[in-house]
Design a protein around this ligand. Sequence first.
Ligand code: APR
Length: 281
Amino acid sequence: MENLIERAARDLLNSRYAIALTGAGMSTESGIPDFRGPSGIWTKNPEAERKAYRSYETFLHDPRKWWEERLTGPNLLGDLAGAAPNAGHRALVELEKAGILKCVITQNIDGLHEKAGTSKLLEYHGSVLKLRCIHCTLRFRPHEFDLKKLMSEGKLPPRCPYCQGIVKTDTVAFGESIPQDVADMSLEEVWKCDLMLICGTSAVVYPFANLPRIARQSRYEDHWKAEAGLGAVASSPSVKIIEINGEPTPLTAEGISDYIITGKTGEILPQIVEAVKKLKK
Ligand code: APR
């Protein structure tokens, strides 16, 4: 394990454009359960997952009912408002401040990367800290609408003040497309990166789980075109993909990742940061 930490630190220092892709495993040490880990929400309650798959259908069919359920029912992930970033989130902020990590693309909706201070953040599945117009994708902070008042006056769903589109939570439901702006910016980052840290995700939900494969594929294509004198200039033929996860994933099994450091992101990421500092001396 020790040399894998040092190997990751060296790979990060040798990279030109490192990005991190994160999942629910990043937040379990902040007290927020993941979905498919040994004590995940879907692991413990498969019916809840089946219900989650129907949520967007309900929204499209009856947005007022969807909002009323949202405002009166429990949050599956528990009290997110009170959750705080952990050492793993803070380690990614340190790597960003050191100029090594250029962007975090997260599946997490809990807002913990934002709270930790990550500045270049793409919330691929949205955020509980925001609302979004499903027509023009404009985003709002929840306090910009008096949702309880709208509910008491029978005026749900909230409407976008700019295009009158229906406003829902920014969180992306199963069956809902990834907002185009986030999808496009994420692809940009994946095409630019030459190192990808993949932290705390089972890598089974698409299209997010495709991003590492796209990184691998696009690097190879650029390199091949450059070799064939077809214009694309690949700065390096390869992208280094490093998993940090509690257990192996399909990325591990398919050899998409170069190596996996098995364990807790809240412990491993700070160790990598310390190893980077030592190598920089
Ligand atoms: N450190 C490292 N890995 C961890 C930790 C931890 N502290 N805690 C859990 N893990 C691992 C689990 O073993 C699991 O492999 O993180 C992974 C989390 O996987 P999932 O629960 O499937 O979460 P994620 O990959 O983010 O799910 C993707 O599925 O339900 C949807 O929209 C939801 O964004 C979510 C998406």
